[in-house]
Design a protein around this ligand. Sequence first.
Ligand SMILES: *[C@@H]1O[C@H](CO)[C@@H](O)[C@H](O)[C@H]1NC(C)=O
Ligand SMILES: *[C@@H]1O[C@H](CO)[C@@H](O)[C@H](O)[C@H]1NC(C)=O
Length: 210
Amino acid sequence: MMWLAVLILLSTTNIIDCKAQHPLFESFEVPVFNPKPSSGSLVKPNAVARFSILTERLIRLEFDESGIFRNFPSFAVVNRYIKPPPFLIEYPGNGRMLVKTKYLTLSYAYQHNNSFTDDSLSIEFLHSNGTTSTWKPSMDPAEGNLRGTVRNLDNYYKAPDLDCRFETDPNQHCTLGLISRTGWTLIDDTFTPRLDHQTPSTQHSISPGS
Ligand SMILES: *[C@@H]1O[C@H](CO)[C@@H](O)[C@H](O)[C@H]1NC(C)=O
Ligand SMILES: *[C@@H]1O[C@H](CO)[C@@H](O)[C@H](O)[C@H]1NC(C)=O
């Protein structure tokens, strides 16, 4: 089983620099991107898990039981090369490791090649009023989400429900939005296509599964 996700908490998006990179895109600007995170972002607690600490409020979480971690761009995420934020790694001695940024404290029971469950993984995050909340993997990202998108409006005779829990047609690829009243958002990239090359012009070489 593979679990690949990006957790955005109280997120701000990092767009690095805008420049035309490819003749196909001469008419509009494409951000420069590099899907491979800086080595300074990577935390590798054991053989099966990898965390990329992308910003103080944005962490990529990967679990793969054969220990294969991928840096391909996906439809949702093309750039992971961001200057790593300051963070600390601590081992409080109970079989867990803590990764602390200014706003997030990730806690992972790393010793037994654990997959990501409520017992093994949690992230405590700081609200602007100084209180904290805790995210766990079983929490429903649709709860509090301020709605997402569907692929198209064909065959709709009424407005689509952009709460993806109620959009029953899988062909619509309903995707939750990035803003939530809970203060956190999860982008689950586990089963989304990956792009084999680094420019969007190569979308014909999509492989399933990232
Ligand atoms: C974790 O997995 C690695 C790679 O399969 C293996 O070498 C190691 O012994 C495992 N550790 C534990 C505690 O099971
Ligand atoms: C602090 O903010 C959080 C998130 O908006 C809210 O749930 C909580 O009730 C607030 N606590 C206080 C004491 O204002």
